[in-house]
Design a protein around this ligand. Structure first.
Ligand code: PLP
Ligand code: COI
Length: 367
């Protein structure tokens, strides 16, 4: 049975001319649409009070558990205006499933997938004018999240949660579009360890990444690549995307990505690219990749391309990898052909410019 949402239209949505200005150059995560979805959960009532209403401040008690022990999870997915005028999301069922997995790891209530998907439909229906026009680089980034709202300072799973869905028009995550970014190989800090929360998308993982991120920024890097916590040897992923390594060229191309080790976030883009790369004839390998391999094979030229991938980052080529001992440049600091080909394959499907042979796109607002 589908949940009934209470619909409260915004009394004064942003004027169309101001919205058009924002959509022309949205940046990333700077502007938000007119509405948001909220759904509450409590032990007594389960999921209740589903509402799509005006975007605005949340108000909660200073002793709300999220503020003290960090019970917070989130997702990131994108909606794209299609050539026929409909709005479709890329693999939202996968985000719904990962959101449940994150909730389970953080001992939070699990939002049923149909409610996650209904929330998206409700918000995009209310804010359909906010989807950037078809055919461009822009999309509408959706940020579902959930926080513990029970009041109390006891350290235990909360008995009340608030799920919220907001949306933000998005251009390229990294300034400069598809130009290669430099990456800082962290050796002082790790992102997560086996048995930790690395496979969950919780705010705490990102809080812990901010200091190494600042270190990377100080070295002119846009992202941080992490090694495993046990041996400090194996490449895991970056602060907000997964990593791919490309060997060879043409019909001898091998695409390698680190195995999901138990401390890596299972990226939906990563999963999609493994399939697309296979379909274009690449040999696709999930295995351990050491930091040393990246540096050595980058320097000797056998490693031809490295790129990061994720919802926000899409596919971002990596130019240099920097570390305390120096730096190595890959692919002459230009985006490589495999990187660009996979990027086009993926974004063409997302924008409705190529057949969706895997049924990855879900129409949420009809034309
Ligand atoms: N790894 C981390 C740490 C991330 O934050 C993200 C972004 O969501 C990814 C990987 C890529 O995941 P996805 O492709 O599902 O967006
Ligand atoms: C995403 O790609 O959706 C992410 O979650 C990255 C983000 C932390 C900006």
């Amino acid at each position: 049975m589908s949940t009934q949402f209470t619909r409260v239209p915004h009394p004064s949505p942003l004027p169309a001319d101001r919205r058009a200005e924002i959509l022309a150059d949205p940046g990333f995560g700077r502007f938000f649409t007119d509405h948001m979805v909220t759904i509450r959960w409590s032990v007594e009532k389960g999921w209740h009070d589903a509402t799509v209403g005006p975007y605005g401040p949340l108000s909660f008690d200073p002793a709300s558990m999220v503020l003290h022990y960090g019970q917070e999870i989130f997702e990131g997915l994108k909606a794209y205006k299609q050539p026929d005028g409909s709005i479709a999301c890329f693999r939202p069922e996968a985000n719904a499933a990962r959101f449940r997995g994150s909730a389970a790891r953080l001992a939070m209530a699990e939002l049923p997938d149909d409610l996650f998907l209904d929330a998206i439909t409700e918000l995009l229906t209310a804010d359909r004018e906010w989807a950037p026009p078809a055919g461009g680089e822009e999309s509408l980034y959706l940020r579902p999240f959930m926080i513990a709202t029970e009041v109390g300072l006891g350290v235990r799973p909360a008995s009340e949660y608030l799920f919220v869905l907001i949306a933000s028009p998005a251009g390229p995550y990294f300034a400069g579009g598809v130009k290669p970014v430099d990456v800082w190989l962290a050796t002082d800090y790790t992102r997560s360890s086996l048995g930790g929360t690395g496979t969950a998308k919780c705010g705490g993982n990102y809080a812990a990444s901010l200091l190494p991120q600042a270190q990377g920024t100080a070295h002119g890097c846009a992202q941080v690549a992490y090694l495993d916590a046990e041996e400090r040897k194996w490449i895991e992923e970056m602060g907000s995307n997964n990593l791919f390594f490309v060997y060879g060229s043409d019909d001898q191309t091998e695409v390698v990505t680190p195995t999901l080790s138990g401390s890596i976030l299972a990226g939906i883009t990563r999963d999609s690219l493994l399939l697309l790369a296979k379909e274009i004839g690449c040999q696709v390998t999930e295995r351990r990749v050491s930091g040393q391999e990246w540096l050595e094979n980058g320097a000797n030229g056998t490693l031809t391309e490295v790129f990061g991938c994720g919802t926000a980052a899409v596919i971002t080529p990596i130019g240099k990898v920097k570390h305390h001992g120096g730096e190595t440049s890959i692919g002459g600091n230009e985006p490589g052909p495999v990187t660009l080909r996979l990027r086009k394959l993926l974004t063409d499907i997302q924008r409705g410019d190529a057949p969706d042979t895997h049924s990855w796109m879900r129409t949420v607002v009809p034309a």
